[in-house]
Each structure stands twice: as structure tokens, then as C-alpha cells.
Design a protein around this ligand. Structure first.
Ligand SMILES: [Cu+2]
Length: 156
């Protein structure tokens, strides 16, 4: 009996750690009230941190992204020239800013057209805010440029 109670308490703590900070009894994360997220829209775009690259999220499948497995297609261009950039070295790391202790499955990046890359799996297995960080290395830009871009997505 004592054992069962301890187990229940641990389970509740576990759920609390990934649930809404608003303290509701719902198991849906309150995406609408979290100002850190960008609402998903196909074609949404972000600038890399020093403004060299623009990254457009052409599509998420499913879209909006769901809890679990997603496939993303992004397109990268050079802001200064508007050129689509092929042959970039793109690596992708999804992390939850509220849960520094875990990541997720490795994301495989596959070139799939002019300036276009397929990201799979984008495995967002918990509700809450995920920062999808893309580290982009462009040896053809300037004398070689590395920059990062982040798409913040909320999973309900
Ligand atoms: Cu988490």
C-alpha cells in the first residue's frame, strides 16, 4: 500500500514536470498563453542569430507539429543576396528549455531540392516548448560562415 502511494506520487511529479505551469488539471500544455512559442504556419521563417541565413519552415507533417514524430522541410537562403543555399552542413537539435536534462532522437537532415532540406524525425515527445536549433555551416558564404537559427514550437 505504501509502495503504491509512493509510486503514484512519483507519477504525479513526473506529469507535473511536463505539464502546464498554470496548474490546471488539463493534460494539455497551455500553448496559447506561452509567449515563447511561434504559432506554427507553413512558410514561417526565422533569421539566424547574426542575420546571415533565413530559415523558412516550408512544412511540418503533420502540421501543426504534434506530440511525437514529425517531418519538417526547411529552406535556407542567404539574407544578403536572397540566394537559396545548397550544400550547407545543417545539424538540428531539438531541446526543451524547461527541461535541460533531456533531448530527443537524433534528427537526420537530407538535402531535398534547391536550398531545401528534409528533417526527420523531428521527434517532439513531450508537451511544452521545444526550441528546434539548426546549426548551419556554409562554406560558400563569405569565407565560411557558421550560424544558428532557432524555431520555437509549442506542442500541446
Ligand atoms: Cu521535456
Amino acid at each position: 500500500m505504501v509502495r503504491a502511494l509512493v509510486f503514484s506520487a512519483l507519477v504525479l511529479l513526473g506529469i507535473g514536470g511536463c505539464g502546464s505551469s498554470a496548474g490546471t488539471s488539463s493534460d494539455f500544455y497551455m500553448c496559447a498563453t506561452d509567449a515563447r512559442a511561434m504559432p506554427y504556419q507553413s512558410g514561417m521563417s526565422v533569421m539566424s542569430s547574426t542575420g546571415v541565413f533565413a530559415v523558412e519552415l516550408l512544412s511540418s507533417s503533420p502540421g501543426p507539429p504534434v506530440r511525437g514524430q514529425n517531418t519538417w522541410i526547411i529552406r535556407v537562403d542567404e539574407v544578403a543576396t536572397g540566394s537559396l543555399l545548397d550544400e550547407l552542413d545543417v545539424s538540428v537539435t531539438p531541446r526543451m528549455p524547461d527541461h535541460p536534462s533531456h533531448g530527443t532522437r537524433p534528427v537526420v537532415v537530407t538535402p531535398s531540392g534547391p536550398g531545401t532540406y528534409t528533417l526527420e524525425p523531428v521527434y517532439l515527445y513531450m508537451p511544452g516548448i521545444w526550441n528546434i536549433t539548426m546549426t548551419i555551416v556554409g562554406s560558400m558564404v563569405g569565407t565560411g560562415t557558421t550560424d544558428t537559427a532557432v524555431i520555437p514550437i509549442c506542442i500541446p
